[in-house]
Design a protein around this ligand. Structure first.
Ligand SMILES: Cc1cc2nc3c(=O)[nH]c(=O)nc-3n(C[C@H](O)[C@H](O)[C@H](O)COP(=O)(O)OP(=O)(O)OC[C@H]3O[C@@H](n4cnc5c(N)ncnc54)[C@H](O)[C@@H]3O)c2cc1C
Ligand code: FES
Length: 311
């Protein structure tokens, strides 16, 4: 029935699966947790899973973006699925305290991910500069982009050639949180090895890596109208990124949005957020990836519009 639908829509319905913890590695203030998951179907970057320890004090599973996935050879070999977790509360702390051999439940992959077909064929005027892909992550919002970069490294060379460059722009609170950027160096090297022009820039709010500032400072310096932006981070960061896109003359952008989630599959209304045009959307089903105009509309934030300034 799903034949003929684009891949990012086709792969959205996951299954409730058993995961076995393979390893748990600190990455600065975050933690990378790798699982063996038998029956895991290939995900699309931006999709997520609802994850809960088998022995848990939490009633609900927690939403986690797919950080990486691999399918080792062998007919019965389970998939290797990784998550990058910021231990902010009970659920995420519990998951980062797991040890190899522990069991978790994994509902996934679920949600609507980034449409790779659109990202690798950006709209660009033949006369203008080549389109670039700008990958913007803030804090644990960098999590889905390892998987995205890994997938971009595997697209056919002819499609990759559509990009002038890939710029990965990450913003963190401090140096400890920024240690997570090291996880991306191998994927960046792999992209370079297949001929992609790619750069990773990191900025910290406290200036511990040089200049102090938010990731939007890096984006503002780079952004051109022809660029395609994908972003994930705090809601305020996403809004600021979209304002920069509009200010740059309408750069295309997609956002992975966060919302409190209970079921993760569209049944509870727990993740409903207001979207452009006065509507509401379930982040778990209609998202978490939304086009900028769909999520935030076509006009600048009131504080930035000419009518709003100076008040
Ligand atoms: C689609 C989607 C993908 C996500 N992907 C990831 C991911 O890859 N890695 C990851 O670590 N998280 C991710 N999250 C966020 C994660 O689901 C929440 O952080 C988690 O549900 C919080 O659960 P908790 O029990 O640890 O904290 P709670 O007990 O729910 O909250 C404890 C405290 O932490 C605060 N808090 C909650 N969430 C956050 C947050 N995101 N940042 C800062 N403070 C917070 C709360 O305000 C509260 O004060 C994702 C969320 C969504 C919707
Ligand atoms: S989390 Fe239940 S409807 Fe989205």
């Amino acid at each position: 029935m799903s034949q003929g639908r684009p891949a990012h829509l086709r792969a959205r319905d996951g299954a409730l699966l058993r995961g076995d913890v393979v390893d748990v590695r600190p990455a600065g203030s975050m933690v990378q947790v790798r699982l063996n998951v038998a029956g895991w179907r290939p995900a699309v970057p931006g999709q997520f899973a609802m994850v809960r320890a088998k022995e848990s004090h939490c009633f609900l599973a927690r939403a986690l973006s797919v950080h990486s996935e691999a399918f080792p050879a062998g007919p019965d070999a389970p998939a290797r699925v990784s998550f990058l977790i910021a231990p902010v509360g009970n659920g995420t702390q519990e998951l980062t305290r797991l040890v190899p051999g522990d069991e978790v439940s994994v509902l996934g992959p679920v949600g609507r991910g980034f449409d790779l077909d659109t990202l690798v064929r950006p709209v660009s005027s033949p006369a203008g500069p080549p389109a670039r892909l700008l990958v913007v992550g803030g804090g644990v919002g960098v999590a889905p982009f390892l998987f995205l970069l890994e997938c971009l490294g595997r697209v056919p060379a002819a499609d990759r050639a559509a990009f002038g460059e890939i710029l990965v722009l990450f913003g963190f609170r401090d140096e400890l949180q920024a240690a997570a950027a090291d996880l991306f160096e191998r994927a960046v090297d792999d992209l370079r090895a297949v001929g992609v022009d790619v750069r990773l820039d990191v900025i910290c709010e406290d200036g511990s890596l040089g200049r102090a500032g938010l990731v939007t400072l890096l984006l503002e310096e780079e952004l051109r109208r022809e660029d395609v932006v994908v972003a994930c981070g705090a809601h305020a960061m996403c809004e600021a990124v979209w304002d920069l896109c509009l200010g740059a003359g309408g750069a295309e952008a997609w956002f992975s949005l966060e919302a409190g989630m209970a079921c993760g599959v569209g049944s509870c209304q727990g993740c409903v957020v207001p979207v452009a045009g006065g509507g509401m959307a379930k982040v778990c089903r209609q998202g978490p990836v939304f086009r900028g105009s769909e999520a935030f509309g076509e006009s600048l934030h009131p504080c930035l519009s000419p009518e709003g300034s100076g008040s």
